[in-house]
Design a protein around this ligand. Structure first.
Ligand code: SIN
Length: 501
């Protein structure tokens, strides 16, 4: 930890205890290292633009070194028993819990979300480490009735090898543990490239992994600025020793990484963009639906892949729902995430704010009514006022693209068939939601929705125990659940012949 970083913007001892969690160096082969060039890039607090510190601006050479370190560490790591790997992961989990408050403060400082949400994310992230520490011991194979009398058929699961994980800024802790924990549990080693906006949470996790006794080279972290992302990404997706790429981020970047990984035919998992429909039928419990829309739409200032993007409300309850939602949207408190009672923090950067502003302006020009918000918020340059717009239609950008901001747009519909068609009319297929007290309708519609996940009268889908993921251009593969560890394994079929007496 450097003194500079400690003294900046309230990240002092009183916030972080004696945690030693602040690092301005990357972590490769069990060593805390600078970029070969000595270059660094700044990490900023989105709430006030304050400088939090500088981390190494690495590129292709350091990414290659990290892959080599991960390759060298692989034989010993995969040779441990599942119980041994599980023990190390449990030690890591324990340390994350012990430092939950400090990790949350760090997360809020670099990402902006309210402290209560940051604490929730630390526990959410830790739950993946705990879950996969257990699942490590349950990577079961099977035997299959043999097609030959003198042979037996055995199917086992083996670690894929070196994994490259590329993670986003919106959940700078949880999206790392959701990938790294199952990879390590399965016996893989990892090179992680965290998002350039939020590298400090990643480095703090490495501090705790080191302390937990996870051996050198098993987890490596390569930090890099936006300018270096393509260089690092190219190594991670083309290096022949990387056997699996796991990425969370935009569909455009996912498509590019997938095409780069195609040459060496790597295994791939992609958790990409969403454009979630949130459908409220006349039959819904409106209190539940309004509370659900608030939780689903405004968590993390609307910067989640699974948040409601298009809120479809049936004609019979449209006015009532809009009025109740408006009351709650107006009451949201906006400000720095460290301030008591704040529910909406800043957006991550200027580009994010511009996108939200463009989506709102586009909808306004095309006839949407702004009930509240609709403009940047006085709390600071990266804050956007919680916004509710009505009379949205399918010509608007908000209907077709992921907005990633605190903007709720209401679309009016008349029939079940009409809303199913509209909800599915997108290239995305991550999360979807419906509110109805009609059991038949709940089953019919959830089965008709072309999405990887459906919340029926339930606005928050995430948990360590479920297979999180999308279909269509929202991704490939699943994270979490028993399926999450399988993504980091290869099946091996062994035919044991010559067994006749
Ligand atoms: C995401 O936005 O990518 C993940 C959200 C979650 O895990 O709940």
């Amino acid at each position: 930890m450097t003194k500079d970083l400690m003294e900046n913007k309230g990240l002092d001892d009183s916030c972080l205890g004696d945690s030693g969690l602040l690092r301005e160096l990357s972590y490769i082969d069990g060593r805390w290292v600078r970029a070969d060039s000595g270059a660094v890039f700044a990490v900023l607090n989105p709430a006030d633009g304050g400088m939090l510190g500088h981390v190494p601006d690495m590129g292709a050479t350091e990414a290659q070194k990290a892959v080599e370190a991960a390759k060298a560490a692989l034989p010993d790591w995969r040779a441990l028993t599942a119980k041994q790997r599980s023990g190390l992961l449990k030690a890591w989990y324990g340390l994350v819990l012990d430092h939950a408050d400090s990790l949350a403060r760090l997360l809020t400082a670099e990402q902006g979300k309210p402290l209560a949400e940051a604490k929730g994310e630390i526990l959410y992230g830790a739950s993946f480490i705990e879950w996969f520490a257990e699942e490590a011991k349950r990577v079961y194979g099977e035997t299959i009735p043999s097609h030959k009398a003198d042979a037996r058929v055995i199917v086992t699961r083996e670690p894929v090898g070196v994994v490259a994980a590329i993670t986003p800024w919106n959940f700078p802790h949880g999206m790392i543990t959701r990938k790294v924990a199952p990879a390590l549990a399965a016996g893989c080693t990892v090179v992680l490239k965290p998002a350039e906006d939020t590298p400090l949470s990643a480095l703090a996790l490495a501090v705790l992994a080191e302390k937990a006794g996870i051996p050198p080279g098993v987890l490596n972290i390569v930090t890099g600025s936006k300018a270096m992302a393509a260089e690092i990404g190219t190594v991670l997706t083309t290096h022949p020793e990387v056997r699996k790429v796991s990425f969370t981020g935009s569909t455009a970047t996912g498509r590019l990484l997938m095409s780069q990984a195609a040459d060496s035919v790597k295994k791939i998992s992609l958790e990409l963009g969403g454009n979630a429909p949130f459908i409220v039928f006349d039959s819904a419990d409106l209190d539940l639906a309004v509370a659900g829309a608030m939780a689903c739409k405004f968590r993390n200032a609307g910067q989640t892949c699974v948040c409601a993007n298009r809120i479809y409300v049936q004609d019979g309850v449209y006015e009532d729902f809009a009025a109740r939602l408006a009351e709650q949207v107006r009451a949201l408190q906006v400000g720095p995430g460290t301030q008591d009672g704040v529910q909406i923090g800043p957006l991550i950067n200027a580009a994010a704010l511009e996108k939200v502003r463009d989506h709102v302006a586009d909808a306004q020009q095309k006839g949407a009514q702004t009930v509240c918000g609709g403009a940047p918020h006085e709390a600071g340059p990266l804050f956007f006022a919680p916004t509710l717009m009505t009379e949205m239609d399918e010509t608007m950008r908000l209907c077709r693209e992921e907005t990633f901001g605190p903007v709720a747009g209401l679309f009016r519909f008349k029939t079940e068939a009409e809303v199913i068609k509209a909800a599915n009319d997108t290239s995305y297929g991550l999360a979807s939601y419906l509110y109805s007290r009609d059991l038949g309708q709940a089953f019919r519609v959830s089965e008709a929705l072309e999405y990887g996940m459906v919340g029926v009268n339930a606005p928050v889908l995430s948990a360590e125990s479920i297979p999180f993921g999308g279909i269509k251009q929202s991704g490939i593969g699943r994270e979490g659940g028993r399926q999450g560890i399988e993504e980091f394994t290869n099946l091996k079929y062994t035919l044991m012949g010559g067994l006749a007496g």
